[in-house]
Design a protein around this ligand. Structure first.
Ligand code: NAP
Length: 250
């Protein structure tokens, strides 16, 4: 079961591409013909993900960068355009959690999550949209979460960042629709990655009971939604959020 789209000649940037959902997205975009710039902090892990794409016949390049760092973000975007002369697709996927109940939450736990998940996406969207507006084409996909749609105890920082991404997606969609640049969000439910592997087995069993599809999601489930939104075929869809959650929020 594979979705295909013709992305040949297109250039994509995926943040958080070293593992989990981002790695699956980068792999699928490359398999469909895009040149993919892979971003994450851990250079060694990132090199492994890029190598796997190349081994499969795709084209990819590693850009080690903290999405919080404005100067590095702008350098990465400028570097991609210098190398490949354009930027068609941006997937703002990098994200972290620092779960704890609000009364115990430290300033650092709040700031780290908001700065990585929301400010990082802002920095990349701002830098990329300058080029996309000029080239009169672009696709931006922001990785939100069902936690941005419904509350989750212990995740006030994370929910705020993911709801913020949905608001940013809607407003930016209105700003850029006239330039043929679309911005959409994807809101995954429980997906099997390092992020959810840390959750206690009992809590995951509880979570599974709330999923009508009766299974956890896989990174490839999310990557398929991203590929669709990144394709030319999705050109009249903007400002939207697609849930990929097995019906959990239906
Ligand atoms: P993951 O396995 O923990 O991977 C996170 C990725 O983000 C890694 O590549 C990590 O690489 C990168 N990253 C984290 N902080 C970064 C920073 N400051 N700068 C650059 N890169 C950074 O997570 P995942 O489960 O694949 O999640 C991917 C996205 O989906 C996140 O936005 C997450 O919130 C969202 N999501 C996940 C689920 C789920 O159930 N897994 C559900 C809903 C939404 P480095 O650490 O090397 O930087």
């Amino acid at each position: 079961m594979t979705l295909t789209a013709d992305l040949s000649g297109q250039v994509a940037l995926v943040t958080g591409a070293s593992r989990g959902i981002g790695e699956a997205v980068a792999r699928l975009l490359a398999a469909n013909g895009a040149k993919v710039a892979c971003v994450a902090r851990d250079a060694a892990k990132l090199a492994g993900a890029v190598e796997a794409i190349r081994q499969a016949g795709g084209e990819a390049e590693a850009f080690s960068c903290d999405v919080n760092d404005r100067e590095s973000v702008e350098k990465v975007v400028d570097g991609i355009v210098e190398k490949w002369e354009k930027l068609d697709i941006l997937v703002n996927n990098a994200g972290v959690t620092r779960d704890t109940l609000m009364p115990r939450m430290t300033d650092d736990e709040w700031d780290t999550v908001i700065n990585t998940n929301l400010r990082g996406a802002f920095l990349f969207a701002r830098a990329a949209s300058r080029y996309m507006m000029r080239q009169r084409y672009g696709r931006i996909i922001n990785m939100s979460s069902v936690s941005g749609l419904v509350g989750n105890p212990g995740q006030t920082n994370y929910s705020a960042s993911k709801a913020g991404l949905i608001g940013m997606t809607r407003s930016l969609a209105r700003e850029l629709a006239g330039r043929n640049v679309t911005i959409n969000a994807v809101a995954p439910g429980f997906i099997v990655t390092d992020m959810t592997r840390g959750i206690a087995a009992a809590a995951m069993d509880e979570a599974k009971k709330r999923i009508p599809a009766k299974r956890l999601g896989e990174p490839d489930d999310v990557a398929a939604a991203v590929l669709f939104l990144a394709s030319r075929a999705a050109g009249y869809i903007t400002g939207h959020t697609i849930t990929v959650d097995g019906g959990m929020t239906a």
